[in-house]
Design a protein around this ligand. Structure first.
Ligand SMILES: [Zn+2]
Length: 331
């Protein structure tokens, strides 16, 4: 049986030069019977051989540091001497980015819960499958720029995971040091099934993710962090020879599963501590009010450990089971 292939890439990924194109996926809708979903792809192939680096953004469509930082990087490329190959997907979940939503409005797909994907799946699964089967085998390193989206706000961080292979862990850690975000979270994921992270890590490659800001928008600082962090990673990996020097040494924080704070009821969240601030175990991070009973004592949400508040809910209203705060501790 022939493998189902619903995605085609309309540019060559091997010939030297810088090209932009699209991954084309047939999409038949009420508005467009014979239409296609076009996901932008850019490749920069040097004359001189070197590593292949895959960079991705907008895996979640309400996280803008990725697409903006990657576009700044790509606009620099024509005037930059480079070797090897950069493959960029600045809008991995393009329909979600266009809608300003975390998930794809086409199929409800969460791109970072869809790997390794399915060739015969809907747009999100099929894209994940194409990236998994066509791009990851080419890659020597993968950098996936995330942010908090509309529901979370982060202390600007690179994100890596504890890996069993010491050499892979060292390469991953070195990539995070090169990115040089204010913090690097060694994160225990609440839900790692289907993430690009684990798919790349299982191949033995260095993988770097980030959580640069959030609240559904960007700041000049967080976009600059994405851009300059990517430049430093490309220099570290040997694609380019120059990059802006880091302004700081990243502070590594270990985030265990017990570092996550979730309320057992819904309410209006009054944040007491801002992300990036130091906290003591048992310190009040936020208070949860009941708008239906304004005189009712608010629930106090406490720091589960000493460390730094790395994440908090960006929205005022939170529900039972939402992550409303995350505390990381110095490694
Ligand atoms: Zn994300």
């Amino acid at each position: 049986m022939n493998e189902v292939v619903r995605i085609s890439c309309d540019i060559d990924l091997d010939v030297p030069g810088i090209r932009q194109g699209a991954l084309q996926f047939p999409l038949s809708t009420d508005a467009s019977a014979w239409g296609r979903l076009l996901t932008p792809i850019v490749v920069a192939v040097g004359e001189e051989s070197g590593p292949t680096v895959l960079v991705t953004g907008a895996s979640h469509g309400d996280e803008y540091e990725g697409p903006l930082g990657i576009m700044r990087l790509l606009q620099d490329m024509p005037g930059t001497a480079f070797r090897g190959r950069l493959i960029a997907l600045p809008a991995l979940n393009y329909p979600a980015l266009m809608a300003g939503r975390r998930l794809s409005p086409l199929d409800g797909g969460n791109m970072n819960r869809s790997f390794p994907g399915r060739a015969d799946g809907g747009p999100t699964l099929a894209l994940a499958h194409w990236v998994y089967t066509r791009l990851l085998p080419l890659a020597d390193a993968v950098i996936d720029i995330h942010s908090g989206g509309s529901s979370l706000r982060f202390a600007p961080s690179a994100v890596i995971h504890e890996l069993p292979d010491p050499a892979q862990m060292a390469a991953t850690r070195a990539l995070a040091e090169a990115f040089a975000a204010p913090f690097t979270q060694v994160l225990t994921e609440l839900d790692s099934v289907g993430e690009l992270d684990g798919a790349v890590e299982a191949l033995g490659l260095p993988f770097l993710s980030t959580e640069l800001g959030g609240g559904g928008g960007v700041t000049p600082q967080t976009v600059a962090m994405a851009h300059e962090g990517l430049q430093r990673c490309l220099r570290h990996l040997g694609l380019v020879d120059t990059a802006p020097p880091p302004t700081l040494r990243s502070r590594f924080l270990y985030v265990p599963e017990t570092g996550y704070v979730m309320p057992s009821r819904s309410g209006l969240l009054d944040p007491i501590v801002e992300v990036g601030e130091a906290v003591q175990a048992g310190q009040v991070l936020a208070k949860l009010y009941d708008i239906d009973e304004p005189l009712r004592e608010p629930v106090q949400l406490l720091a589960p450990q000493q460390g730094v508040l790395v994440c908090r809910a960006a929205r005022g209203g939170v529900a039972r089971g939402d992550t409303v705060a995350v505390v990381g501790a110095d490694v």
